[in-house]
Design a protein around this ligand. Structure first.
Ligand code: NAP
Ligand code: MG
Length: 405
């Protein structure tokens, strides 16, 4: 069989623990036999981040900016416990995802992989609902204050020009609690652009919700910036693709989401996205079936699984046990990246390979061959048999090979 050719390399960011093991298996069984894989490789495994004083993470993010498409394996974010587990660590290195997100100025989109065998809790959901969460400001960068006597709070902004603005927040007759939050116009604009760009890339409608009837100025700015960006740069392309941009109040959005069939992107402010992404992903069934895509306003895209490094399984693996860790979200990170690379470089065969790989996964699951986590959730009609990770990948590889012949 002739291998499918690539022109521009993908940025490949390797990671930690069980997902690092799966990473190598996916490449060996599902990619290298079929694709003349070109990647620029960065080892974001914890030990290598430590050796390079985390420079490798910065280099990987800059490479993603330069090449446009990246695929990332899950990585350990060190905490106190990890510092004890890995005594060689010279610092408690920051979350690689945080570092990459701030360099790319990107927004994270979380989308479930929907399969017939596992039905969402909301029975009318037929297609994925992707949540885009704004990742800067609001309550996450707010200052809080508790006071114990009657008095008045004011809010003052002092400009560098020397001009200032003051508002009375409230006069209170007893103890009270206060909060001041902010957001930046540039951050909201980047968020809007990433959302419109991702809607175009995935050909899905975009919904955006805030509470601008109450927070007239604050949320009003979010609404206005989205409208401005849409009209200035995206409206024409949306029309060509037959997709739409829809703004509504957050409470109306919640009701519509529950009644919908799915198949759109829901852009949320920081807090709304935090809460709603947990609700939506739980209702779709499994963390192991959730993908995560980071999109920057200039279109740079990084694909990964939403789950972590699956530490508990890794320790069993180190003890010589064969684990049934679900590789679906990591496979879909690769297929997503290959499809995107194919689309950017005009390589139809590469895009088609990404689609065929995903189809081979769905066929395998529909045949009842799945990892333990899914077998436990599967509808009774599927006669699911739990297999280990390697058996699952072999079953996908066999279908992939047959489909490519
Ligand atoms: P996790 O790795 O997502 O795993 C939590 C549990 O969820 C697992 O123990 C397992 O449950 C189940 N699970 C997750 N993915 C699965 C899969 N593919 N197949 C089967 N079961 C799966 O979260 P964590 O244990 O809280 O975090 C572990 C490490 O990952 C941490 O060091 C954290 O910093 C890192 N992390 C990285 C990222 C990232 O790079 N994007 C994201 C989150 C966490 P059972 O044990 O019950 O089978
Ligand atoms: Mg949350």
């Amino acid at each position: 069989m002739e291998k499918i050719q690539m022109t521009t390399p993908l940025v490949e960011m390797d990671g930690d623990e069980m997902t690092r093991v799966l990473w190598a298996m996916i490449k060996e069984k599902l990619l290298l036999p079929f694709v003349d894989l070109k990647t620029e490789y960065y080892d974001l495994g914890l030990l290598h981040r430590n050796e390079t004083r985390d420079q490798v993470t910065v280099d990987a993010a800059n490479a993603a900016k330069r090449l446009g498409v990246a695929v990332k394996c899950a990585t350990i974010t060190p905490n106190q416990q990890r510092m004890k587990e890995y005594p060689v660590l010279t610092e408690m290195w920051k979350s690689p995802n945080g570092t990459i997100r701030s360099i790319l100025d990107g927004t994270v989109f979380r989308a479930p992989i929907c399969i017939d065998a596992v039905k969402p809790v909301v029975k009318n959901w037929k297609r994925p609902i992707t949540i885009a969460r704004h990742a800067y400001g609001d309550v996450y960068k707010a200052v809080d204050l508790e006071t114990g006597e009657p008095g008045t709070a004011t809010l003052t902004f002092t400009g560098e020009s020397g001009e200032s603005k003051t508002l009375t927040v409230q006069h209170v007759d007893g103890p009270a609690v206060w909060q001041a939050a902010h957001n930046k116009e540039a951050s909201i604009r980047s968020f809007a652009r990433s959302c419109f760009q991702y809607a175009i890339d995935t050909r899905q409608d975009l919904w955006f919700s805030t509470k601008d009837t109450i927070a007239k100025v604050y949320d009003g700015v979010f609404k206005r910036i989205f409208e401005e960006e849409f009209e200035a740069s995206y409206q024409a392309r949306f029309k060509e693709l037959g997709i739409s941009y829809f703004y509504t109040l957050i409470d109306d959005a919640v009701a519509r989401v529950i009644r919908s069939e799915g198949g759109y992107i829901w852009a949320c402010k920081n807090y709304d996205g935090d809460v709603m992404s947990d609700m939506v992903s739980t209702a779709f069934g499994s963390l192991a079936m959730m993908t995560s895509v980071l999109v920057s306003p200039d279109g740079t895209t990084e694909f990964e699984a939403a789950h972590g490094t699956v530490t508990r399984h890794y320790y069993r693996y180190l003890n010589g046990e064969v684990t049934s860790t679900n590789p679906m979200a990591t496979i879909f990170a690769w297929s997503g990246a290959l499809k995107k690379r194919g689309a950017l470089d005009g390589l139809k065969d590469l895009t088609a390979f990404g689609e065929t790989l995903e189809r081979a996964c769905f066929e395998t699951l529909n045949a009842g061959v799945m990892t333990k986590d899914l077998a436990e959730l599967a509808e009774p009609g599927f006669h699911a048999t739990a297999v280990n990770s390697e058996e699952f990948l072999d079953a996908v590889a066999a279908r992939l090979k047959a489909a490519l012949k």
